[in-house]
Design a protein around this ligand. Sequence first.
Ligand SMILES: Nc1ncnc2c1ncn2[C@@H]1O[C@H](COP(=O)(O)OP(=O)(O)OP(=O)(O)O)[C@@H](O)[C@H]1O
Ligand SMILES: [Mg+2]
Length: 476
Amino acid sequence: MTRNTKVLLIEDDRSIATGLQKAMRGSGYDVAVQTRGDTGLRHALAEAYDIVITDLRLPGTDGLELVRQLHQAKPKLPIILITAHGSTETAIEATRWGAFDYLPKPFDVEELLELVGKALDSSRLMSEPIEMGDAVSARTAIVGNSRVMQSIYKEIGRVAATPVTVLIRGDTGTGKELIARAIYQHSNRAAAPFIAINCAAIPETLLESELFGHERGAFTGADTRRIGRFEQAHGGTIFLDEIGDMSVRLQAKLLRELQEKTIQRVGGKEPVPVDVRIIAATHRDLEAAIRERLFREDLFYRLSVVTLSLPPLAERAEDIPDMVRYFLRRYAPEIGVASPAISPEAIAYLQSQPWPGNVRELENATRKALLLARDYTIGVDLLREVVAKTRQPLAASQQTHAAYITELMDAVERGETHNAFARMLADLEPELYAQAIRRAQGNLTRAAQWLGVTRLKMREKLKEFGLHPRRETSGD
Ligand SMILES: Nc1ncnc2c1ncn2[C@@H]1O[C@H](COP(=O)(O)OP(=O)(O)OP(=O)(O)O)[C@@H](O)[C@H]1O
Ligand SMILES: [Mg+2]
């Protein structure tokens, strides 16, 4: 059903090429090799590869020129450069021309695989089509036909056509990222890159050079120049997720970009012109943050030219039946259920719930229920159990481990659980295995390595949780 990821490797050193090809095949990729820059470029242009990995020094066309031409023709195709000693400067130049990243030789295959994974994730964000409304068939969709969602769709249409900055607001799990991607896909920049950055996930100093880049020697450890995401996204769209978590100092730099359309690399003197459309999102109460001087008011006005506010799921409960059917359809194949079923009472029960974790929580609950019910109809009793379980421990990703343990220990004290350790494992394990096998693209060996368990154990656990690796490596 899902085809293998297609990789084009352009490398003139045959022994390196063969080694990498073998290792990547072992991880489930389809790898084609080209040994010249010019023929490599031709293949990359003519065929539908998911990612290109190229050496820098090549006969025919060199890597830098290859990146320039390929990125111009296929701006969404991720390109990773591998560079020999002494050519880092050129590789950095290539990231300005749109290469995703570079890897200096010598490197472990694992490092390359990790970078490839990252690049593919980011290209999936820009390429996976998102449908909207009720009659959705795409793998990824914004489901819901409530009045408020209809007005959101209209807004998406309206703002997509213009380059205005959009601020998306809403509680955790309400669909902010999905909306950001939809705006991008419907915009006249849809052919250019979309780069998402989670401002809450990166420490301040790193975030600054991630966004704006730095010059060599800008700070200890900055031994090469770095091109920031703003420059890389030139002509495209940047999604600043969790903008409410950005430091006031960085907010000032961002404001400057918005006002002057230039950025300054850390340690750089020259302003660099950039043309980037910004979409920002936050679950935070920015008005309160402004009062507490944690958020700049001027930036707030710049950002919120257009604001889309996503209501909590409980306020659009009429969308729940469509959403549930969509999630069932979406997860059935990977769980291995042919025709998932749910009773009308069960749907009514879901509609009556408060959903503090919003759509994400509903999605998790539906998926878990399907995992347990398999070919049987999902009923109210099962859901009640699943919802109670998912709510406390893992539903809200923000929930800290301490809070989880507190809940667990409360349950122990109330006498609801006798074996806290086993319960913790039971709560966490399925998600761990599910993510490992998904991220490893179905590759058992790799997923098992990641988790530090044997392949046999991996296989057993997948069976236990009803998870089906989409594809296994040869020899399995
Ligand atoms: N209207 C919807 N229809 C279908 N799926 C949805 C919808 N809204 C959200 N989802 C799904 O719910 C999950 C959470 O959505 P998303 O990541 O966009 O939320 P968010 O608002 O960015 O959350 P957070 O604040 O936690 O980052 C995703 O798996 C997304 O696909
Ligand atoms: Mg989000």
